[in-house]
Design a protein around this ligand. Structure first.
Ligand SMILES: N[C@@H](CCC(=O)N[C@@H](CS)C(=O)NCC(=O)O)C(=O)O
Length: 211
């Protein structure tokens, strides 16, 4: 059986968890705190990041978008890509924006772990602009309900809901639901889907010595 190394708040791991559930692929969930050196994530991924999918007799695979590609190639049914080349490119594009937003937030979050007088406000500002820019782009593209590309549930829907719910949980001061009402409504529309309901993100405590 597959093992997925995951973290409770991670939107990247959540994308993979949702895809595994949608494809009815059994897996053992191993929840770690990747920022804690005791988690020894690097044994499986030289980049030291989760999510990591451990497959019996094969080398582990990592990077959420790559894991989703891998799952799609090996377990094509039900497909989490839309029908059509253009639509597929659009779904992957939306995932790129979501990943970029979440990566910028991780950098901002970690910067804020420094003592106040040691933080770089210009670095924080750069990350904040990326988050706002990405969300603004999504807000103009996506519908208020339904699927964001094509006529079926895809990686784009997964990535958007994972991003919105992650920022709602971790970044209260952004007030994402007020500032980006289409994203909030889109996310609510999909909220009852069992694969989302079973993977709701929760915070984790970080070690002070990360930065
Ligand atoms: N681009 C990566 C991002 C993964 C990522 O940033 N994971 C974080 C947790 S949300 C992590 O493991 N960070 C630990 C570290 O960077 O040391 C992906 O899509 O899988």
């Amino acid at each position: 059986m597959f093992k997925l190394i995951s973290a409770a708040p991670s939107p990247f791991a959540r994308k993979v968890r949702v895809a595994l559930l949608e494809k009815s692929i059994p897996f053992e969930l191993i929840t770690v705190n990747p920022w804690n050196s005791a988690a020894k994530v690097q044994i499986h991924n030289p980049l030291g990041k989760i999510p990591i999918l451990i497959i019996d007799g094969q080398k582990p695979i990592y990077e959420s978008s790559y894991i989703l590609e891998w799952l799609e190639a090996k377990f094509p049914k039900p497909s989490l890509l839309p029908v059509g080349k253009e639509e597929t490119l659009e779904a992957k594009y939306l995932q790129v924006i979501c990943d970029g937003i979440c990566e910028a937030f991780v950098l901002l979050f970690i910067e804020r772990m420094r003592e106040k007088n040691k933080r770089s406000t210009s670095w924080e500002g750069r990350q904040f602009h990326k988050i706002e820019g990405g969300l603004t782009e999504l807000e103009t593209i996506i519908p208020e309900s339904g699927f964001c590309v094509g006529a079926s549930f895809t990686i784009a829907d997964i990535a958007i809901v994972a991003t919105v719910e992650y920022l709602s949980m971790r970044f209260e001061e952004l007030r994402i639901r007020e500032k980006f009402p289409r994203l909030a409504s889109f996310s609510d529309f999909h909220g009852d889907r069992p694969s989302f309901k079973n993977t709701i993100p929760t915070p984790q405590q970080l070690n002070a010595n990360v930065v």
